[in-house]
Design a protein around this ligand. Sequence first.
Ligand SMILES: NC(=O)c1ccc[n+]([C@@H]2O[C@H](COP(=O)([O-])OP(=O)(O)OC[C@H]3O[C@@H](n4cnc5c(N)ncnc54)[C@H](OP(=O)(O)O)[C@@H]3O)[C@@H](O)[C@H]2O)c1
Length: 333
Amino acid sequence: MNINSKLKWGIIGAGIIAHKMAEALKINPDSELVAVASKTSSKAQQFARQHGIKHAYSYQEIVNSDAIDVIYVATTHNFHYENTKLALKHGKHVLVEKPFTVNATQARELVRLARRKHLFLMEAMWVRFLPSLKKLKTILANHEIGELKLIDLSFGVIISPEYAGRLKDPALAGGVTLDIGIYPISFACYLLDELPTSIKSMARFSARGVDELASYLFRFPSGCLTTIKTSYNVQMKNEALIYGSEGYIEFPQFQTGEHFTVFKHEGNNEVKSKTEVHEKNHPNGFIYQVEEVVQSIRAGKTESHIIPLDETVAIMEIMDTMRKEWGFRYPFE
Ligand SMILES: NC(=O)c1ccc[n+]([C@@H]2O[C@H](COP(=O)([O-])OP(=O)(O)OC[C@H]3O[C@@H](n4cnc5c(N)ncnc54)[C@H](OP(=O)(O)O)[C@@H]3O)[C@@H](O)[C@H]2O)c1
């Protein structure tokens, strides 16, 4: 890629989330979305018309194109491994939607392939790049609430009909953990800069055999505990409560929220100060991860230090461990 030219993007999978990425790419001045690919040619054409994209391709055509630098994989989870592998094999950098793959075995193979070919690869864990989350991380790193003791997270929604099809379908790697639970898991690992060494969990299963409601308990090497509740059919508070030795933080709607409150004490039960923190995020939060991909590729990097590949693999391993505890395997595994 020429340092002065725009990064040329292609999208595999003309579904719901791909539209949000297409909009984000229009905003980034250093990016150009040149092609979209779908298994259904009319769907690719319709998507291309809607976003003013030059080419509507098949998967093979998009990876064969010399005009494309980076592929965004936006298919359902079960296809991430094969779509990413196809793109890497054809020399493309790849940004792949979360979850990176269905299991850690697939994830490790993709990371090996990208490293062997010196290509950029990243899981699209977009919330890590939001200004609000960066602000929170800085406050914690400055020990404003002392040593972290407990992170309590809830992330549960009654899934809307447009998402329900894939989330409830075992053949598409449905279930709450890979789709929604992954966010609070990733959030805790990012805030603490470490991975859990002890994992306990329980899940409740749907009639079709996917996890619909789950609770996880982690212990991290620092001693911090994390409790997570998540569901695709229970509306939860979707709040982060972060407890330290000298205070605590309440962060409503922590995934994308722009306001949180820092309460400080002096190691006793008396709150000494209460500070409201406001940090704006762009309405299309994908723009920050797009910037990261552009800057990384321009700098010749093959991964992002915000969501490193070894951490992506480790988070897949956490989800594998819990699924094993539940005796839950996908039909294609
Ligand atoms: N970052 C976020 O905020 C966010 C939000 C939502 C979703 N996601 C992630 O993005 C990915 C796609 O989610 P989505 O909601 O956009 O999915 P979707 O619209 O249901 O499907 C995306 C694409 O996957 C393929 N697909 C879907 N159902 C299929 C089926 N039954 N058989 C064969 N192919 C099928 C199609 O690809 P073709 O067009 O090639 O046929 C479709 O266009 C998921 O991995 C999800 O975790 C991320």
